[in-house]
Structure formats: structure tokens, C-alpha cells
Design a protein around this ligand. Sequence first.
Ligand code: ADP
Ligand code: MG
Length: 260
Amino acid sequence: MGTIAGPQRQGPRSVAQTPHLLDIQGVHKHFGTFEVLKGVDLAVAECELVFIIGPSGSGKSTLLRCCNRLEEPSDGRIFVNGDEITARGADLNALRRRIGMVFQAFNLYPHLTALGNVTLALRKVVGKSRAEADEIALQALDRVGLKDKAENYPSQLSGGQQQRVAIARALALEPRIMLFDEPTSALDPELVGDVLAVMKDMKDAGMTMLVVSHEMRFARQAADRVVFMDEGRIVEQGNPEEVFANPKSERARAFMSQVH
Ligand code: ADP
Ligand code: MG
């Protein structure tokens, strides 16, 4: 506790009255006059996997990006493990270590090997020695089934393998929560399964996860809760069967009929 709020900001606002690992409270986001998030409340418990669906443009990516301050919310507060990450003076490096993020585009450095990609932040941000960083990175690559590819460059890896390296890179920093933004959308269909299997392993190992994806089958297998977003709001939520089989709102019903 207390490692995210910087020295300038230690007032009572940085202490959350919440047992949730991630607590998004009343988050709004404007881009100019356009309101992308119109007051989102979402609390994620430890070890919970919350799966977010919704039409393109409904604000899913913006919401995830607010959770590690790639976007600044216009209003509202977000807590991770009781620390307010939206507090002024929050230590962005510290909070990004605790909130791992995996994107649709893998964003690996092409001139670094898999190992080099995973060790980079460990060495430059965390300050680990090369030997320590290598050891941690090899364990992380092992977790995603790619220890034997440590010396491969991204161009020598399939898309699915590259995405698993990106997951290992996040895992190596020992995050408290992992955010996934359409992690399999850029992959050829036959490569999707390996990435989802790694995500399922993480869930089974107790990782707290917030996942934006269209992989409804994965949601049925792994999600504790499905949240449907539309036009910057959470419209409905529930367990996967409930939301997929019996969407309550007209908008969710229309969305499900398109994706199924
Ligand atoms: P989703 O991930 O659900 O498809 P996004 O969060 O990416 O939705 O985007 C929601 C809306 O916000 C879209 O209309 C998008 O064009 C707009 N938007 C996203 N990022 C920006 C930005 N940096 N500047 C202006 N508009 C943006
Ligand atoms: Mg998106």
C-alpha cells in the first residue's frame, strides 16, 4: 500500500474505502466536446476476471487506458489496491508496474530479442541487474510457453508468440492486475487459442484481469462477469450465461445478435 501515491499527495483522498483490487468510480472522459465515457463505475475483486464487450466506439479502450493513465480521466477516481492512481503526483512508473497492459498490437521492439523485450523495463525502470532481469524474464517466458524462443527476434516469431512475449513482458513486472485490450484481434484464427490458453492459466493462477475481447467462448470459460458497454456507459452486466443468453437491454440484444 502507498507506493503509488507520490510524496506530494498523501491526503485522505488517496485512501479508498473499498475491498476491491480495482475500483473505477464515476469516470468521465472528454475529447474536446465529445464525451467518450459518461460516468463509469466498475469494481473488480481480487482474482476476478471481468470481460468487457460492446460496439466499436463505446469507450472500452479509453476506459482501460484511463486505468493506467495512458489517458487522463476528465472526472472521477480510480483506485488500485486502495491507492488512488488518479491522484495528482501519483508515481506513473510505479503504477504501471502494478497494472500490466496488453494491447491488440504487440508493440515489441523489433531490434531486441524476446528476452531483451522482457528484460528492458526490469533493467531500466525497476533497476535490476542484467543477471537478475534475465532470470525473471526467463521465468516469465516459461509461463507463456516460450522459454526456448528467448533469443528469437520478433520477426522470427508468429503473431501469437509475439503476443505471448508481450504478456510475459507485463507479467515480469509482477502486476496486481492485467488489462487486455483485444489481445487476439490481430491474430490469425489458428494462433488465437495459444494466447487465450495463457490468459486462462493466468486466471487460474489467481491474476485479476480486465479483458476487452470479442472471444465469447473464452468469456464463457474464464470470465466471472461480463460487462456490456455502449456509448460511454455500462449498460448491463452479469455472469456470462446471463448476459449472452438473456441480454436485458435492447442495445445488448442487438449487439449479441451481430456477434453470435
Ligand atoms: P472502443 O475501444 O470501444 O472501440 P474507444 O475507447 O477506442 O472505443 O473510442 C471511443 C470513442 O472515442 C470513439 O468515438 C473514438 O473515436 C473516440 N476517441 C478515442 N480516442 C480519442 C482521441 N485520442 N481523441 C479523440 N477521440 C478519441
Ligand atoms: Mg478499442
